[in-house]
Ligand binder design. Structure first.
Ligand code: XBP
Ligand code: MG
Length: 244
């Protein structure tokens, strides 16, 4: 029977409740680009069904912007297709500036879990849809300048371009760890993340947040309000049940 060797963490919504900050950054980018777009929280909850900021903006343009609307006097922004790479770069700058200015606490139990896992000899990895700069902006203020040394493998939008629910980011994480799926547990917050991890054969613990609480988590090993009351021994026990 495979022994638990590594924990693979998602970032957004799992390590920290970051989606409110992402939403603000998207709206800041739209305003600075002169686009008449503004996402409110209820729209953003539905747009989060699309992983990846660039893909989310393209989905919004295709499915939510009425391009037949007669542009307001002289306003022809609804007729154009923005350069999503450039727009996403503006958004990422807005997000990282937000993080570095105020910082965002990690979710309850995360810092304790990371320390306890390492003490127990478990290897740690990150498998996320967001960018490397966003991970650094979130974790540097919380875990210090050497934060990345705590994660043996970090797979992100720059290394795994096919976004969740595609399993690419998790398959590449397993490959770089040199481990098989039964030797790992994934920790996620969303249906896309769960499907990506299950697609790579990895048993997955879900810690939902207000943006994802309504998602379908069928197939999750456990659904927990947070990791605050979870011990390493619990992870070993649940993992053993999963791969029995
Ligand atoms: C969640 C996502 C990301 C973020 C926005 O990532 O889908 O797209 O919402 O970040 P995770 P970007 O896999 O960590 O849950 O704009 O950088 O994509
Ligand atoms: Mg997530």
């Amino acid at each position: 029977m495979a022994h638990l060797q590594a924990l693979i963490f998602d970032v957004d919504g799992t390590l920290a409740d970051t989606e409110g900050a992402h939403l603000a950054a998207f709206n800041q980018a739209f305003a600075s680009a002169g686009l008449p777009w503004h996402w409110d929280e209820s729209l953003y909850v539905s747009l989060l069904d699309v992983s990846g900021g660039k893909e989310r903006m393209a989905h919004y343009l295709t499915n939510h912007v009425n391009r037949d609307e007669a542009p307001a006097s002289g306003d022809n922004t609804t007729a154009i297709t923005p350069d999503f790479d450039a727009l996403h770069a503006i958004k990422t700058t807005a997000y990282t500036q937000q993080m570095r200015a105020g910082g965002l606490a990690l979710r309850p139990g995360i810092e304790t879990m990371l320390a306890a896992a390492q003490k127990a000899g478990l290897r740690l990895a990150i498998a996320t849809t967001t960018t490397e700069s966003n991970i650094d902006a979130l974790l540097r203020p919380r875990l210090g300048p050497d934060w990345s040394q705590r994660f043996e493998v970090i797979e992100h939008a720059g290394t795994a371009p096919r976004k969740k629910p595609d399993p690419q980011v998790y398959r590449q994480t397993l490959q770089r760890l040199g481990l098989t799926a039964p030797e790992c547990l994934a920790i996620e917050d969303s249906a896309n993340g769960l499907q990506a991890a299950l697609g790579a054969g990895i048993a997955t613990i879900i810690t939902p947040n207000p943006f994802t609480a309504h998602h379908n988590f069928k197939g999750a090993l456990r659904i927990l309000p947070s990791l605050e009351r979870t011990a390493i021994a619990d992870l070993h026990r649940w993992h053993a049940d999963a791969i029995r």
